[in-house]
Design a protein around this ligand. Sequence first.
Ligand code: AHR
Length: 349
Amino acid sequence: MAGKFCGFRMLSFSFFFVMLALFVSCSPGKDRNSSGKRDSSNESVASGPEKGFIVGFSQIGAESAWRVRNSESMQEAAEKMGIQLLYANAEQKQENQLKAIRSFIVYQVDVIVFVPIVQYGWENVLNEAVTAGIPVIVADRKLKLSDPDLVAGFAGPDNFEEGRSAARFLLRKYESSAEPVRIFEMRGTEDSSVTEDRAAGFREVLAGSNRFEIIYSESGDFLRSKGKELVENFIRENGGFVFDGEPIDVLFSHNDGMTLGALEVFDGCGIKAGSDVTIISVDAEQAMIDALKEGKVNCVVECNPDLGETVLALAEKLVNGEEIAYHTIVDGQVFTEFENYDSLPPRGY
Ligand code: AHR
């Protein structure tokens, strides 16, 4: 099987389909039977670093530093574990993910891993994977499925808990005041589980107190450019970071990319982020930890992007015929203005 990819380890989406056809036709005979299917009876597991199995990985894209690190983590883990990884970048389009997954099925990879950009619309392709006998692991974001058994399992952060952590920080920050607290929420991609869960966790904790009011909530699609545009337009339309003439106290941003966009706008119009407006952000990129240390941000909730080893260890178990847990949660920490992070190691993203 080691020769099947002619020495390649990773492919990018742009030339994936062309290369797929090429690989299918140039694969050594011992790896495929006359119908072009992989002939497992002729396969052997290579010794040493090569484990001899193939994972097709459909990634959303590269919308944030977090996402870039998430892809790197998969690639690094594959290298380390001797797993061949077919990487397909969907450039933010569900249709590209569907095409990539179908290509993985045609190629008969051993395991499919994908990060669903949105929660819905996957049942057909997952049924096709089941029919082909290829197990699927969902990474980072979750799915809404009528039949949970369409996938082998999920591995990723607890986005609901991230929303809760953001809200708990606010309860602590404003515990000694009785004033109302007005919140501007910048959500991530619509219909994604991560957006839904962060929003729900945040609301769950704040529901216990009627002082906190989310007066505005809009999607910035996890993009720095859209975060910037959203805050810029809001300030222009409302004559400042105010709503109905009253100042907004808090920006809760679902990711660091959008927060960085908002910080640019605040900077440009003399609003002191971190003191005029309390800022809470999710991801914990280096840039946001730096902003926290500078006092421009008040709370950063980590969403751990380093899922590679966890996800590929699950894939390996599946290849070996072992059971895996349906949910594998990767923990994250919370960084707040109440602590000192001078000795925090570099984040790596
Ligand atoms: O799904 C995780 C989210 O997606 C991260 O918070 C965000 O930065 C990324 O784009």
